[in-house]
Design a protein around this ligand. Structure first.
Ligand code: PEP
Ligand code: MG
Length: 592
């Protein structure tokens, strides 16, 4: 009892990526393939373990067939056949018999033995000098994971099933894990890995869950049953906080609540400067339900970035045309006439789809992702383009291509779009013939050749998350080099300015949709550099709106000029902070 009362307070410093304070018991997430307990079994349990294994194999085979059918219906037989390799593993008698033999020999539960045999198989395959066989190593691991889940009777990740409030602790979380935190029992999360612009962090802000990443070893320091205090502004995670600290944070939370309530009053007001310049303020969303937050937080400019790939994550089969059309139409109709920019799928990088079997790459962020993947898989791309076009009967729908590196990719994508239009015309399906097409400018080469891309599109949207990563050669999810990830670097300022100028010369509107736009220190800078609109995480919209409403356009322009003539990222950031401190000091209390 004494030990209970005197658990030592431990304070860990990480990177605060989603603001707010939370206090709750810890919930430790252990990765899927580790979640079983090794156990010795008695002789009379052997038959039962083998029966459990056979049952799990039947369920696994059944599930794989089901996924194949769904994928085949959605995007064709060719894509579904990638699961043939998984079926070969389930039906491989020598694999199955080896598991049974080991079970009898080692007298361990089937989970333990399966893990052992699968790893042995995968390791042997990985060493073979044959590309095809080497790839089968991943199949063996995938299938073993699925069998383990079936042995445990688990169908979905346990995060979705969590009951009671918790702060989730993990080594790392994928964006789809984070997407599963919508059930409101997760009041905060903290991870060993990650950075500010990882999609996991972006999801946390979208869901308004306070979060800290880059804590290095939090997943081994926190024990089940520990009480945690998480300060997402300062990036502090306190294990078993003291009474004084809890009292102090109670007061902080109260102040923040008051400021947020005041901001709520801006909901229906324009993002207009004191000298009458109207900035468009839109929001970034990941799923149709996020529209509630867009409306609630007063992003009157609609959706500047719909990360449509989130519709494809956390599920066994790809969404078909009808399902996608429904998702896009729901968003478009609820926000009409405010624009809704649907970005075509940006998979790869840190967002993967197990059912598409994207290859493991050394540099996934620079690899086979986004428009590159779509151009190589026209069937998948076509399904999405047709769905977006169908939804464009709501004329506020626009299309945007991600990760464009040159005009050629835009020309190619537009050709496929024209084919999609032809198909729908022939089928007599109505759509907007003049749908606006835009590109994300997020690779330096796109900014540097913006004049070649401009004739093929009607708007640019600057994706600073990737632009910073590629320009400064800083992996956006690597916490070791997070200190080098500086959006105020002079190189970034120059590229943003260039993109805006070229866009305007060609009569295009230019928006910024990276996380920089929702950073209250940097949003005024982007306005000053000439951006026509900002698209931000919905929860950040009220803060950005207040910053804009409290300053004049000429103050922002002056900041833009200072930035263009600054010599270091720190100088630019200092100037940004000084401006916000002078016009809206209360905002700093919400984020610092
Ligand atoms: C970006 O790169 O800035 C962006 C908005 O896209 P994402 O974060 O989804 O890569
Ligand atoms: Mg991007």
């Amino acid at each position: 009892m004494e030990g209970e009362q005197q658990k030592k307070e431990v304070v860990l410093q990480g990177l605060g990526v989603s603001p707010g304070v939370a206090v709750s018991p810890a919930y430790l997430v252990i990765t899927e393939d580790e979640r079983y307990v090794e156990r010795d079994i008695e002789d009379d349990e052997i038959a039962r373990e083998i029966a459990r294994f056979e049952d799990a194999l039947i369920s696994t085979r059944h599930q794989i067939h089901e996924i194949q059918t769904r994928i085949s219906d959605a995007i064709g037989q060719e894509n579904a056949s990638i699961f043939d390799a998984h079926l070969l593993v389930v039906d491989d008698r020598s694999f199955v018999e080896e598991v049974i033999k080991e079970l009898e020999l080692k007298r361990k539960n089937v989970e333990t033995v399966l893990h052992l045999v699968a790893n042995r198989y995968a390791d042997a395959l990985a060493r073979v000098e044959d590309d095809y066989l080497r790839e089968r190593a991943a199949d063996v691991k995938d299938v073993a994971r699925r069998i383990l889940r079936n042995l445990a009777g688990r169908k979905v990740s346990s995060l979705a099933d969590l009951t009671g409030n918790h702060i989730v602790i993990a080594n790392d979380l994928s964006p789809s894990d984070t997407a599963m935190m919508r059930n409101e029992t997760v009041v905060g999360f903290a991870t060993d890995l990650g950075s500010r612009t990882s999609h996991t962090a972006i999801m946390a802000r979208a869901l308004e869950i306070p979060a800290i990443v880059g804590l290095h070893d939090v997943s081994v320091r926190v024990l089940p049953g520990d009480t945690l205090l998480l300060d997402g502004n300062k990036g502090l995670l306190v294990i078993n906080p003291s009474e004084e600290r809890l009292i102090y944070y109670g007061a902080v939370a109260e102040t923040q609540k008051t400021i947020k309530n005041e901001l709520q009053r801006l909901r229906d007001l324009e993002s207009e400067t004191t000298d009458g310049y109207k900035m468009t303020l839109a929001a970034n969303i990941e799923e149709p339900e996020d529209v509630d937050a867009v409306i609630q937080h007063g992003a009157l400019g609609g959706v500047g970035l719909f990360r449509s790939e989130f519709l494809y994550l956390s599920r066994d089969a790809l969404p078909d045309e009808a399902e996608q059309e429904k998702a896009y139409s729901t968003v478009a109709s609820r926000l009409y006439p405010a624009p809704v920019v649907i970005r075509t799928i940006d998979l790869g990088g840190d967002k993967f789809l197990s059912q598409l079997k994207m290859p493991q790459e050394m540099n996934p962020f620079m690899g086979w992702r986004a428009i590159r993947y779509c151009l190589a898989n026209p069937a998948i791309f076509m399904t999405q383009l047709r769905a977006i076009l169908r939804a464009s009967r709501y004329t506020n729908v626009k299309i945007m291509y991600p990760m464009v590196s040159d005009a050629g990719e835009v020309i190619q994508a537009n050709e496929i779009l024209e084919q999609a239009k032809d198909q729908l015309r022939n089928e007599g399906v109505p759509f907007n013939e003049h749908i606006d097409i835009g590109v994300m400018v997020e690779i330096p080469s796109a900014s540097l050749t913006a004049e070649l891309i401009a004739p093929h599109v009607s708007f640019f949207s600057i994706g600073t998350n990737d632009l910073v990563q590629y320009t400064l050669a800083v992996d956006r999810v690597n916490e070791q080099i997070a200190y080098l990830y500086r959006p105020t670097h002079p190189a970034i300022i120059k590229l943003i300015r260039r993109t805006i100028e070229v866009g305007h010369q060609h009569g295009l509107s230019v928006s910024v949709c990276g996380e920089m736009a929702g950073n209250i220190l940097m949003a005024p800078l982007l306005m000053g550099l000439g951006a026509d609109s900002l698209s931000v995480s919905p929860s950040m919209a009220p803060m950005v709106k207040q910053a804009i409403r409290n300053m004049s356009f000429s103050q922002a322009e002056e900041l833009g000029n200072v930035a263009l003539n600054s010599e270091s990222p720190e100088d630019v950031l200092y100037a940004c902070r000084e401006l916000v401190k002078s016009v809206a000091p209360n905002l700093l209390q919400l984020v610092e």
